[in-house]
Ligand binder design. Structure first.
Ligand code: GLC
Length: 427
């Protein structure tokens, strides 16, 4: 089934919780860290939870985030409604461990949804199945450190029954109190079995409440799309996929982590992901006061400006050429292909195995500047006047055409019914 998500290409992930007050990694610092989060640190469990009450992000302005997202071309935004630390960023009747009982009091999830919706951005909610705070989960304690995969303290049967009830009720609240939710992003299923999670029943419940919702693949065995993390898959994945990625090496606001990717790296990642037919879910980590830290904003503004010139080559596109046809990611919309130049060309770039007689024009996407090009094909094709030969297109790329982040060249073809510009799909 085709959905809006298939070609959305850019989403915004927001990892936020009361841990942002301390500036330590969200949830993972309370269990003492994990090797894939090099700046995580180890915060004593009680100390970690102690900022739940004082959390009071007075500068939280989700409309600003929504406007920034909109300007960046973001199609959907996902907020951590509840992360592994169990703190609900929404009003819940199921426990007191929520934003309702903090200094801030207002429903952060509601404010986020309303702001994003007002800018026409689709809504996703992240929900952690793990709950390191709930007594029936059971809660993670200092004695459980170090966090060891496979060695999770298990609940008794009656504890688990109560927990499942609680968890289902929170999911129900999220799916009934806020209107249409476009996407539900589960996480943390690894600590229990699909049977323990009652995965199939949970899926059915979700679909009965929100028939059009998309659900990620982190509540096995079901899922509408796959979710590689922190990397671009070497080969395009089967089916619909989305890779989530942080700008530094932490998910939540972590003042000790300054290992930021450059804006150029983020733009290149976006081009590569789109060229492989996936979506990039780019993470931001608001600080304890509700502001986005300057180092992130700086980069997002560069992405925004680049997208103002080039989003046509990303949003709503399909992958175009095979890797052997062009040295870089390429995307397409109808009879136009977009070549993403992630390295500076030496005078020219070449595209191979394309219908050269139908090349109509070649231009720089950002400003429409026409580029000179030549084409050639095998002599036999010329001699026998092949009506639609495949050949090589060589494009002149002057210094003046080069964008310092990533240059996008648009190649327009004269349309023909049922054409496919990727050579391997031609018969
Ligand atoms: C991991 C982490 C978590 C993060 C998520 C995002 O599963 O546990 O902190 O929210 O990845 O993909």
């Amino acid at each position: 089934m085709k959905t809006w998500f298939d070609t959305a290409r850019l989403g915004m992930f927001v990892h936020w919780g009361h841990s942002s007050v301390r500036g330590c990694e969200l949830s993972w610092s309370l269990v003492g860290g994990v090797s894939s989060l090099p700046y995580c640190g180890n915060v004593p469990v009680d100390e970690y939870h102690s900022t739940a009450n004082s959390f009071n992000p007075q500068d939280y302005n989700p409309l600003e985030w929504a406007r920034l997202a909109k300007r960046m071309g973001v199609q959907y935004a996902i907020l951590t409604a509840k992360h592994h630390d169990g703190f609900a960023m929404f009003h819940t009747q199921q426990s007191d461990f929520s934003i309702q009982h903090s200094h801030y009091k207002k429903d952060i999830v509601r404010e986020f949804i309303e702001a994003m919706r007002s800018e026409g951005i689709r809504i996703g909610l992240y929900f952690s199945l793990i709950d390191w705070h709930h007594p029936d989960y059971p809660a993670f304690t200092e004695a459980d450190k170090p966090y060891t995969f496979g060695q999770w303290r298990q609940p008794t049967d009656s504890q688990w029954q109560r927990f499942i009830h609680f968890m289902f009720d929170q999911v129900r609240e999220l799916l009934t109190n806020y209107g249409k939710i476009d996407l539900l992003w589960f996480d943390g299923a690894w600590e229990r079995t699909p049977e323990q999670w009652q995965a199939t029943v949970l899926h059915d419940t979700i679909r009965s409440l929100q028939p059009e919702i998309l659900i990620n693949d982190r509540l096995p065995p079901l899922g509408d799309f796959s979710t590689p993390e922190q990397l671009i898959p070497p080969q395009p994945l089967q089916g619909v996929w989305e890779t989530c990625m942080t700008i530094n090496d932490s998910w939540g606001y972590n003042c000790g982590d300054t290992n930021f990717k450059s804006a150029r790296q983020l733009i290149h990642t976006l081009c590569e992901v789109a060229g492989k037919g996936g979506n990039l879910l780019l993470n931001i980590s608001p600080m304890g006061n509700g502001q986005i830290q300057p180092e992130l904003l700086e980069r997002l503004v560069v992405v925004e400006n680049w997208m103002a010139r080039n989003s046509e080559s990303i949003i709503g596109t399909m992958p175009a050429l095979e890797p052997w046809q062009f040295y870089g990611p390429s995307t397409r919309k109808r009879d136009r292909i977009y070549l993403h130049l992630l390295m500076k060309p030496y005078e020219t770039v070449s595209v191979r195995g394309v219908p050269i007689k139908r090349v109509k024009s070649v231009s720089v996407l950002a400003d429409g500047t026409r580029l000179q090009y030549t084409t050639r094909c095998a002599i036999v094709d010329t001699l026998f006047s092949h009506p639609d030969p495949l050949g090589e297109l060589t494009i002149q790329v002057p210094e003046s055409a080069i964008d310092s982040y990533a240059t996008v060249i648009a190649v327009d073809f004269i349309p023909q019914l049922n054409t496919d510009l990727s050579a391997s799909n031609r018969t």
